[in-house]
Design a protein around this ligand. Structure first.
Ligand SMILES: Nc1nc2c(ncn2[C@@H]2O[C@H](COP(=O)(O)OP(=O)(O)OP(=O)(O)O)[C@@H](O)[C@H]2O)c(=O)[nH]1
Ligand SMILES: [Mg+2]
Length: 285
C-alpha cells in the first residue's frame, strides 16, 4: 500500500473490505479506482485494482445477475437517464431538485444543508429523468460516494451561485476537487474516455443583484468549454423549460416501433445506431 493515498481512498478501501455482495464490492472498488491519485507510485496499485475489478465482473457475469447500480447510496438508478447536481454549498442544488421533481429535499440558507444523496424524477412527456441532489463540494470536502455516482451517471449539472462574489473560486474548487481524481467535465462525452463526463453549468440565482456581471465572469472562466444556463429557482418560468432542455441535451432517443423490426430508421439514423446509444429508449405501445 503506497503511503501517499488520500484519506478518502482509505475510507473507500475500508468500505470495500466490509462489502459482502459482488455488486457491492464492484461499486466500492469503482470508488477506490476513482479516488486513487494518479502518479508513478500508484501505477501498480491501479493495475491491481483493475485486475480485481475484471475478476469481480467475471464473477458477476457468471452468476447471471444483472448489475445493480447505486444501491449503496440508498437508491437505485431509475428512469431513462440519470443526471447529478453538483456544486458548492448553498448554490441551490436542492432547490433545483425541489423545483423539478416531487422530492422534498431540505433547503436552507446556510452551507452543508444536504448531507446525503437524494433522487427525484423529472417528468418530461412520457419519460422520466432521474435527478440526484448531492452534498456540496469544496476544496476540502467531497462526499465519499459522489465520485462513484458521478462516474456512473449520464451527465452532471454543475450548479454555480450567481449571488456570490466568490463564484469563480467556488467553481474552481469544484473543478479541481474532481480533476484531482481524474474526472474531466466536458461539453460532450467522449465514449472512449472514461474520465470525461458530460456537463453543463447551471448558473442559479439569476435574480440576485450583480448576477449579470457574474455570468460574464463565469463565461470568461469557462472559455466556452461548457455551456452555461442561467436560471432562478424562485422564478417558476425560469425552470419550466429545464425538463425539455435536459431531454434534448441528453440526446434521448425514443423509438416507437408498432411492430418490432418495421421501423428501420429513426430521425434518419439506422435503428442499430440508436440502440448503441445508451440513452436510446424503446417503447412498445
Ligand atoms: N434568490 C434566490 N435564492 C435561491 C435560489 N435558489 C435557491 N435559493 C436559496 O439559496 C439557499 C440555498 O439553497 P439550497 O437549495 O439549500 O442550496 P444547496 O446547494 O442545496 O445547499 P447545500 O445543501 O448546503 O449544498 C436557500 O435559502 C434557497 O432558498 C434562486 O434562484 N434565487
Ligand atoms: Mg442542498
Amino acid at each position: 500500500m503506497p503511503t501517499n493515498v488520500t484519506p478518502e481512498y482509505r475510507k473507500a478501501e475500508q468500505a470495500f473490505r466490509a462489502a459482502k455482495s459482488v455488486d457491492e464490492k464492484i461499486e466500492r472498488l469503482e470508488d477506490m479506482i476513482a479516488l486513487l491519485p494518479k502518479h508513478k507510485s500508484t501505477d501498480h496499485l491501479y493495475a491491481d485494482l483493475k485486475r480485481r475489478m475484471s475478476k469481480l465482473r467475471r464473477q458477476q457475469e457468471s452468476s447471471g445477475k444483472k448489475r445493480s447500480s447505486g444501491s449503496y447510496v440508498g437508491f437505485s438508478r431509475e428512469g431513462t437517464a440519470q443526471v447529478i447536481l453538483v456544486g458548492p454549498p448553498n448554490s441551490g442544488k436542492s432547490s433545483i431538485l425541489h423545483a423539478l421533481t416531487n422530492a422534498h429535499p431540505e433547503i436552507g440558507d446556510y452551507p452543508f444543508t444536504t448531507n446525503h444523496m437524494q433522487p427525484g424524477m423529472v417528468p418530461y412527456e412520457d419519460i422520466q429523468i432521474q435527478m440526484v441532489d448531492t452534498p456540496p463540494v469544496t476544496s476540502d470536502f467531497m462526499h465519499i460516494h459522489l465520485l462513484g455516482l458521478v462516474r456512473r451517471a449520464d451527465a452532471v449539472l454543475k450548479v454555480a451561485d450567481l449571488s456570490k462574489d466568490s463564484i469563480l473560486d467556488d467553481m474552481d474548487a469544484v473543478f479541481k476537487t474532481f480533476s484531482m481524481r481524474h474526472v474531466r467535465f466536458v461539453r460532450e462525452k467522449n465514449l472512449k474516455d472514461r474520465d470525461s463526463i458530460q456537463c453543463m453549468v447551471i448558473a442559479n440565482k439569476v435574480d440576485a443583484a450583480g448576477a449579470s456581471e457574474r455570468i460574464e465572469l463565469l463565461r470568461e472562466m469557462l472559455e466556452e468549454k461548457l455551456d452555461i444556463l442561467p436560471i432562478s429557482c424562485i422564478q417558476s418560468h425560469s425552470v419550466s423549460e429545464l425538463p425539455k432542455m435536459l431531454f434534448r441535451w441528453l440526446q434521448i432517443v425514443r423509438v416507437y416501433p408498432k411492430i418490432p423490426h418495421f421501423y428501420n430508421y429513426v430521425a434518419g439514423r439506422p435503428i442499430s445506431k440508436c440502440l448503441n446509444n445508451p440513452l436510446c429508449f424503446l417503447i412498445f405501445p
